[in-house]
Design a protein around this ligand. Structure first.
Ligand code: B1M
Length: 209
């Protein structure tokens, strides 16, 4: 895990791939490879950015580096899934391009048997509503990593109310700046601390736990 973390911080894609494969061979659980390895590297990148040691270009390189590692880990995250146990509409809110955490949530949900309509990043409220109507979703999940974009979660929750479908579905929020107090404030049903927590909340809602 230490090697993996260091490789992310050095943007060393080959070393990331090698460390991911080694970790899988050593039977380290895939989610742990993400959270205890690559995500710890991302944490350091974020700290260096805050201190002014790194700039936007380094954030981009870090994102691309972790995505290469995720290509190896993702099939193992979603290994056991069959869809049909619950339909989730998932996306990163409008104005926000951070999608690595949201993609992990999508893989874990699929691995737990949920059907997931992943709308990607920078998703306007209208699109969440349209997809929730179309797919008759039980859950709408939103991700935000920026304090400036988390307000879009409130807009989307309001849009679900205005469309008359809020009562028949649950709304879950996730991402670093989000907590339960914010979820309550904007009328969402829950905030997830991390991807595992998010999946476990969705499982409870759909009677899968
Ligand atoms: Co950005 N960025 N970034 N960035 N970036 C952060 C978020 C930041 C904290 C860095 C810092 O200053 N320390 C900071 C935000 C500050 C703030 O708002 N308070 C920041 C900034 C400022 C910016 C820009 C504004 C920089 C600029 O342009 N000057 C810009 C904004 C662009 C935009 O979105 N409009 C920007 C851009 C980018 C990149 C595009 C270059 C790139 C993202 C690439 C991508 O995602 N495709 C990027 C990156 C890589 C980061 C950091 C370094 C890493 C994020 C990450 O992927 N973490 C990040 C620093 C950090 O987080 N420490 C930072 C790993 C990932 C596994 O964790 O996403 O938290 P996370 O997901 C977790 C949980 O949060 C949870 O589960 C996941 C796994 O446990 N979760 C959910 C997430 N969504 C969930 C949904 C759920 C449930 C759980 O249910 C629905």
């Amino acid at each position: 895990m230490e090697r993996l973390k260091e490789a992310v911080v050095k943007f060393d894609v080959d070393a990331v791939k090698e460390a991911c494969n080694d970790a899988l061979q050593q039977k380290i659980p895939p989610y742990e490879i993400v959270t205890e390895g690559m995500a710890r590297g991302m944490q350091i990148i974020g700290e260096k950015y805050e201190k002014g040691e790194f700039f936007l270009s380094e954030l981009i390189m870090a994102g691309e580096t972790m995505k290469e590692g995720m290509k190896i880990i993702e099939p193992y995250l979603r290994a056991v899934g069959k869809s049909g146990k619950g339909q989730v509409v998932l996306g990163t809110v409008e104005g926000d391009l951070h999608d690595i955490g949201k993609n992990i949530v999508a893989s874990l949900l699929r691995g737990s048997g949920f059907g997931v309509a992943d709308l990607g990043a920078d998703v306007p409220s209208k699109k969440f509503v349209e997809e929730a109507e179309k797919s008759n979703a039980q859950i709408v999940g939103m991700s935000a990593l920026l304090t400036t974009t988390m307000v879009k979660m409130a807009d989307t929750t309001k849009a679900l109310v205005e469309a008359g479908i809020r009562n028949r579905l649950k709304v879950i929020l996730g991402g670093a700046p989000i907590d339960s107090a914010y979820a309550t404030k904007i009328g969402a049903d829950a905030a997830a601390n991390d991807a595992i927590d998010g999946v476990s909340i969705c499982r409870k809602w759909t009677g899968l736990s």
